[in-house]
Design a binder for this molecule. Sequence first.
Ligand code: TGC
Ligand code: FAD
Length: 405
Amino acid sequence: MPNFQPNPEIIRSQKQDLFEGPDFYQIDDLLTEEHVLIRNTVRDWVKKEVSPIIEDCCQRNIFPNHIIKGMADVGAFGPQLSVEYGCGGLDYISYGLIMQEIERGDSGMRSTASVQGSLVMYPIHKFGSEAQKHKYLPKLAKGELMGCFGLTEPDHGSNPGGMVTNFKDAGDHVILNGAKMWISNSPFADIAVVWAKDEKGVVHGLIVERGMEGFTTPETHNKWSLRASATGELVFDNVKVPKENILPNVTGLKGPLTCLNSARYGISWGAIGAAMDCYDSARRYAKERHQFGRPIGGFQLQQKKLAEMLTEITKAQLVCWRLGNLMDQGKATPAQISLAKRNNVDMALHIAREARQIHGGMGITGEYPIMRHMMNLESVITYEGTHDIHLLILGMEITGENAFM
Ligand code: TGC
Ligand code: FAD
């Protein structure tokens, strides 16, 4: 992947990032000093390294690979995993706050961090052998190796259990065939955690490395969303994968779905970040922009939008704080995570649309972050389980009835 070269014209048009996070219910008082320090460190890093370039990257559909090291340095890759393997050893609130701040910068940047931490490092950490953990985790934590997660297939998105990617035993290795689609980070990833069926139809996780013969990662083009995130396919044409690359400690669909719990939790926080950025920009604009001889923030209709945004952000912050505590206690259920992911992403998308209106015509330009967040969130509401799939998970929790099929 070529190195990112900034476009001076777009960079010049960017305003200084003056973001201030709303904390209407003094939720900071519920955080530890360490949480606040971590949050502020990542916030400062985003202001310095992400905000100045992100509009340029999105306009030109480029993943800024030069920021991987900085992302690793602020602890964004596997912060909640153990220090024994070079990871952060932090709690789930810290992990959530990191995701919130990175997505405040851009959902595509948070995608890269989510995939690396929750979908690549997490399965190796939870289901891998000691040899696999020592081989991959320290390098993944430092961003020296990047990974991707292959679950979705062209014909199996919401229903991953129908996957057709499969492998056959061939002595000391297996032969992998099939294809995965819509894979974040695939065009540049060094390794892929791939979910595939064995000859009995049982799902396993395999670590496939770039360079294995028959393994290719074509990039997906023409996205209107997550334009600063690289998305692609994973194609396996008789790929010889050593048996030592199979994750030994899980079989069945619960393997990938367990990883999704961690990633969906991170998205719940991330969506708050995107919403806060839209709200903060709209609040400033409403004070600065004058029509009919006064700031538009003085009109009741604009105040209603801002008041409702702050209300929804505050509710979402409380949901995440409580969910983070349940995660730390090992008590969070998949349905609780679904509620948070579904609610918070929908909330953020609604706020982005309202904020876009407050900015009037300026809201469609790259001078403000709104349209970029809005378009990004159209992916976020679809990946990691669609808005409707999470509703069905909740529906099943409430009624005991499975409405998926
Ligand atoms: P079902 O029969 O319900 O379950 C199969 C097995 O899995 C267990 N299970 C879970 N385990 C842990 N966590 C969860 N959340 C779990 N949900 C289910 C379940 O207990 C069972 O275990 P066992 O031992 O009995 O075998 O499965 P189903 O086939 O009916 O499907 C259920 C459904 C629809 C909820 C699920 O498949 C689903 O969540 N679909 C959505 C697919 C999805 O989210 N794909 C995400 C792909 S990755 C991605 O989008 C990354 S984007 C990253 C980025 O860029 O940020
Ligand atoms: P479908 O499953 O075809 O769904 C289409 C519509 O039908 C949706 O509205 C859905 O809610 C609805 N629907 C489906 N089933 C039901 C039902 N039973 N009842 C009612 N409605 C239903 N996947 C990965 O594995 N790894 C990645 O890194 C990854 N990154 C992604 C990045 C991007 C930018 C995008 C867009 C997707 C990514 N995905 C990834 C894939 C993502 O998880 C899927 O797009 C998602 O799970 C939905 O699958 P689908 O697109 O095939 O939609």
